[in-house]
Design a protein around this ligand. Sequence first.
Ligand SMILES: Nc1ncnc2c1ncn2[C@@H]1O[C@H](COP(=O)(O)OP(=O)(O)OP(=O)(O)O)[C@@H](O)[C@H]1O
Ligand SMILES: O=P(O)(O)OC[C@H]1O[C@H](OP(=O)(O)OP(=O)(O)O)[C@H](O)[C@@H]1O
Ligand SMILES: [Mg+2]
Length: 285
Amino acid sequence: MRIAVPNKGRLHEPTIDLLERAGLHLENGADRKLYADTVDPDVSVLFARAADIPEYVADGAAEMGITGYDQVQEARVETVSELLDLEFGRCRLVLAAPEDGDIEEVADLAGKTVATEFPNITADFFADTGVEPDIVEVSGATELTPHVEMADAIVDITSTGTTLKMNRLAVVDEVLASSVRLFARDDVVENTKVEEVRTALASVKQADGKRYLMMNVPESELEAVRDVIPGMGGPTIMDIADENGNGKVAVHAVVDESDVFETITEVKKAGASDILVTEIERLVE
Ligand SMILES: Nc1ncnc2c1ncn2[C@@H]1O[C@H](COP(=O)(O)OP(=O)(O)OP(=O)(O)O)[C@@H](O)[C@H]1O
Ligand SMILES: O=P(O)(O)OC[C@H]1O[C@H](OP(=O)(O)OP(=O)(O)O)[C@H](O)[C@@H]1O
Ligand SMILES: [Mg+2]
């Protein structure tokens, strides 16, 4: 089973990091290599350009892929299915035009020119609006095209908005919201190994923003402590092995990071002591 992942650019590092956290440690995957093995002998990695990954998966160079939703849509591949939203690489594809120009809405683009690295998505967007500008495909620095009279507007990626601002461009409309996805070719979606990889990556996502709380609680106060612990299912309650446990039990619970502070205050009030908070690497539900 092979997973195609971005070989460079802003998605490379976070994708490798995610695979590592999921337990799929890369072996002999030095920079500039095309392939890397993982600790799982049945899973290898193919490094490819973010834009090429959907095609590689559809064509059989890899069975699974990790890249932006924008790239999957642009490639118009019909034989792949999304398995998981990995929720990083969040950005928007927007239609933007010069701030001080006369393009304020989509209708203003009739008979005009739009430059983009995403001609298919752009064509689909305009097809839905009934306005049909010329679409010019460029391979980078799209933001410059309105200033050199190549285009009247652009469809390009934005996240913080800095690049648009720097180029005195304003958003006219949103075309697509994107984040990084895990996807697989349709004919392998049911494969056990594919499901294992999906579960492993999902477990990292599940653990994000969660903390593991451990505390000791006098048995008499257990109900009170239980009542103030939020989160998944009930807490785990264990007898303390020590003969001198003094009638205490250990309570373990998974809690949202944002609830940790309040939970600690509340469980202490309710009689808990020896409270430990740790990070969670993975959480398989
Ligand atoms: N500013 C951004 N914020 C968040 N995600 C982004 C941003 N820019 C791009 N992305 C996401 O990352 C993907 C790849 O972009 P990136 O810039 O890393 O590669 P690229 O420019 O295609 O690389 P290459 O150098 O191979 O041309 C995009 O398709 C999009 O999904
Ligand atoms: O809204 P912002 O935060 O400014 O992000 C938007 C910019 O990010 C991407 O470029 P990237 O930095 O990947 O450079 P590239 O053009 O070399 O791909 C994208 O093509 C935009 O130019
Ligand atoms: Mg880029």
